[in-house]
Design a protein around this ligand. Structure first.
Ligand code: FAD
Length: 521
């Protein structure tokens, strides 16, 4: 059954998709939301720390901008960061208008402090249940507004429109209701990142980045795919699934200790535990190697119990349920894949290189995060750039993102014989973690890229009429991350190469990837 309205199609129901749908409806448009699981299932739901916005008395968008640029290691697109930081207070106000209740202290919005922020500027809700609160509130508004929602419906393929036409998409339902192709219409890609493809990840398992693979196959320009952010503190406890321990806990005074009980971060960076995420993650990797341990520890025992449990109810509840009292015991943590900095290249209006295709949220690459995202800037990007997409769909103007100075044409499907095997999906996940992880080098990357390409050659459909499988999407997304990481012969932000350990001025540029014209249909 085709979507009932003929308005814009929004793919994804995280903060970006829900916000765009609600605002489009307010402007009189008739959007449909397509989402592959249940409406509320998304990365957004698991966000803890909050949303960065310069609303405190001693803060300003200028300071927020400065921190965003500093974290981004020379690659932040300044107009994008200016827009993000200046618009942040307005977007937070919009969430309040939609009914999100942020935490307050004596009637004043409470502001958390997070790594690499020079001010306390992170608004949060339900203590550390910010994402859940936002997701549930926006979902309620979507239902009240009567917006068409199609759950358990998966975007499988995107087909560019002819000449000036809008794209069409191919959707399927897992229940075997068949496959359908929509009529041409504006499409908003809000499918989130690819962090869940990594063996060790803070993301839910649905976050496998197929939106990236689908857009690339259709010919969209991607950029900055090598920049995967690793979160330094994800719980590793026997019997518990990976569970993020927000940076805000370190903002409240928790410190990191190695297995010998030593506090090590002051040796690595003047900001110690509040250094940028890439620095903390690599410091942990070094400490694990040095002490031959499998985890380091977050020590929150210095935070008064009432404050700890009051500010971080979700985390404390999870830990206590798993037999750990965070006010008395150390919390075992390791870094894991967390956030996809790169993605489908867009301009500041959310336009991609394909006419009629817009992207916002984690799937998009605006250049706003440079080489390293500042904590709590990603829920925000979904709102700020989501708003731009809304305005653009309502009053469209022609335009497209400029390709980065370095843009490589990638042949896909790769030539040569394919070889997959029954556990190929797991192999992709393992290789991403071991070879395309926190510390990379040419030998590891080339081996991984070779395997991704063999798996891709074996799993990519032969005929344009066939739909790519989960494995075909995964091998392509992994290939693009590995390919870009191999090409960038330097270290910058979240991308660290042990064979090129410092930034190189010639690489102070984004890296674009586009499908080679000879790459088949
Ligand atoms: C544990 C955790 C904690 C975090 N904490 C914070 C924080 O405190 N502050 C912050 O700013 N950021 C945080 N982040 C990052 C932030 O949550 C995400 O970047 C943000 O939520 C992404 O929103 P989104 O709308 O772009 O994508 P998501 O919220 O990931 O939503 C993507 C949607 O697309 C759907 N989808 C995907 N593929 C398809 C397909 N093929 N067909 C149909 N639907 C599809 C999914 O089902 C989902 O509904 C955290 C992330 C995690 C994992």
């Amino acid at each position: 059954m085709p979507p009932r309205s003929s308005g814009p199609l929004i793919i994804g129901s995280g903060i970006a998709g829900l916000y765009v749908a609600l605002r489009l409806r307010e402007l009189g448009e008739n959007p449909t939301i397509i989402t592959k699981a249940r409406l509320e299932e998304s990365n957004t739901r698991y966000a803890q720390g909050g949303i960065a916005a310069a609303i405190g008395p001693n803060d300003s968008p200028r300071l927020h901008f400065r921190d965003t640029v500093a974290a981004g290691a020379g690659l932040v697109d300044l107009p994008a960061a200016r827009l993000l930081t200046e618009d942040a207070p307005r977007r937070v106000a919009e969430l309040v208008r939609f009914g999100v209740r942020f935490d307050t202290v004596e009637g004043v919005v409470a502001l958390g402090r997070e790594a690499a922020h020079s001010r306390a500027r992170v608004v949060h809700a339900g203590g550390d249940a910010t994402g859940l609160t936002i997701e549930e509130t926006l979902r309620e508004r979507v239902v009240e507004a009567g917006i068409d929602v199609r759950e358990r419906t998966v975007l499988r393929r995107l087909i560019r429109g002819r000449t000036k036409g809008a794209p069409t998409v191919v959707l399927s339902r897992p229940e075997g209701d068949g496959v359908e192709e929509t009529d041409p219409r504006p499409v908003v890609l809000a499918t989130g990142g690819a962090g869940g493809l990594y063996r060790n990840s803070s993301n839910p398992s649905i976050t496998t980045g197929e939106g990236l693979a689908i857009a690339f196959r259709a010919g969209a320009l991607l950029s900055d795919m090598e920049f995967i952010q690793f979160h330094p503190t994800v719980l590793r406890l026997p019997g518990a699934h990976p569970f993020l321990i927000t940076e805000a806990l370190r903002g409240e005074g928790a410190v990191l200790r190695n297995s010998r009980g030593e506090r090590f971060m002051p040796r690595y960076h003047p900001q110690a535990e509040l250094a940028p995420r890439d620095i903390v993650s690599r410091a942990i990797v070094r400490e694990l190697e040095r002490t031959k341990a499998t985890t380091v520890f977050l020590d929150a025992t210095g935070i008064p119990r009432e404050r700890l449990f009051g500010r971080f109810p979700t985390i404390c509840h999870f830990l206590v349920t798993h037999g750990l009292q965070p006010d008395r015991a150390l919390i075992p943590v390791v870094p894991m894949a967390h956030y996809t900095i790169g993605g489908v290249r867009t301009d500041l209006e959310g336009r991609t290189s394909i006419r009629g295709l817009y992207a916002c949220g984690e799937v998009a690459s605006t250049g706003v995060h440079g080489a390293n995202r500042l904590a709590s800037n990603s829920l925000l990007e979904g709102l700020v750039f989501g708003e731009r997409v809304v305005l653009q769909i309502h009053h469209p103007h022609a335009g497209a993102p400029a390709p980065p100075r370095r843009t490589l044409a990638v042949v896909w499907p790769p030539p040569g014989p394919g070889r997959a095997g029954r556990s190929a999906f797991d192999e992709v996940r393992d290789l991403l973690w071991t070879r395309v992880g926190i510390v990379r080098d040419a030998a590891g990357l080339s081996g991984a890229v070779r395997r991704f390409s063999e798996i891709g050659a074996a799993s990519e459909p032969d005929a344009a009429s066939e739909l790519p499988s989960r494995l075909a999407h995964a091998s392509l997304t992994a290939y693009l991350v590995g390919y870009a990481a191999l090409a960038r012969t330097e270290s910058r932000g979240a991308h660290y190469r042990s064979d090129y350990p410092v930034p190189r001025p010639s690489w102070r540029t984004h890296l674009g990837l586009v499908r080679s014209a000879s790459g088949g249909g």
